[in-house]
Design a protein around this ligand. Structure first.
Ligand code: HEC
Length: 159
């Protein structure tokens, strides 16, 4: 990005040209959803689920996930393919740097294993519970079951 010092060195004609481009760019965020979405990009540190939602998620987890990943979310060894831990390093190594949308997509296409599928809202609730158990704060807005909005929320390290 050009600094004011570099701008000061260009001649006035080119400076006017640069301003023209700058004002065009300034118009873009309001006309493009993708860009304004990126501008509001949030992370899991911003309180992206509610306490009630995580509680619903915990009941769903107990009903649909505990069997393989266990109540403590530390995973199991009972199966041919080991159900991984869903907290701590196992979670952060796999998901930090990725948008929640990716976790949502993996869960809603592969879990709770084979053919059983939950409703989209149930996956958002279960993800809320996973976020809570991984130490991310609750907030005032529920986590939406909406891929586009989940794509704008990044999973980052807890600290
Ligand atoms: C029948 C056993 C079983 C159930 C029930 C189950 N899982 Fe899994 N899960 C597994 C296994 C096995 C793997 C590892 C799959 C692999 O490595 O291919 C896994 C992997 C995962 C992963 C990691 C996926 C990845 O790509 O890294 C997540 C997250 C997960 N499960 C969450 C859940 C949630 C949430 C539920 C409940 C909605 C659930 N699982 C229910 C067995 C299960």
């Amino acid at each position: 990005m050009a600094t004011w010092a570099t701008l000061g060195r260009v001649n006035s004609l080119r400076f006017a040209g640069a301003l023209g481009v700058a004002s065009l760019l300034a118009l873009l965020p309001s006309t493009s959803g993708a860009i304004s979405g990126a501008a509001q990009a949030a992370s899991v540190l911003d309180g992206v689920y509610t306490t009630e939602q995580a509680e619903r998620g915990q009941s769903l987890y107990r009903r649909h996930c505990t069997y393989c990943h266990h109540d403590d979310l530390l995973g199991g060894e009972d199966l041919k393919v080991v159900p991984p831990a869903l907290v701590g390093l196992a979670f952060s190594d796999r998901w930090v740097g990725k948008p929640i949308a990716e976790l949502f997509q993996v869960l809603s296409t592969t879990m709770p294993w084979e053919r059983t599928k939950l409703a989209p809202a149930a996956y958002a609730d279960v993800i809320s519970y996973l976020l809570k158990e991984n130490g991310y704060p609750a907030g005032r807005q529920e986590l939406p079951a909406d891929l586009a909005r989940l794509g704008a929320i990044r999973i980052v390290a807890t600290r």
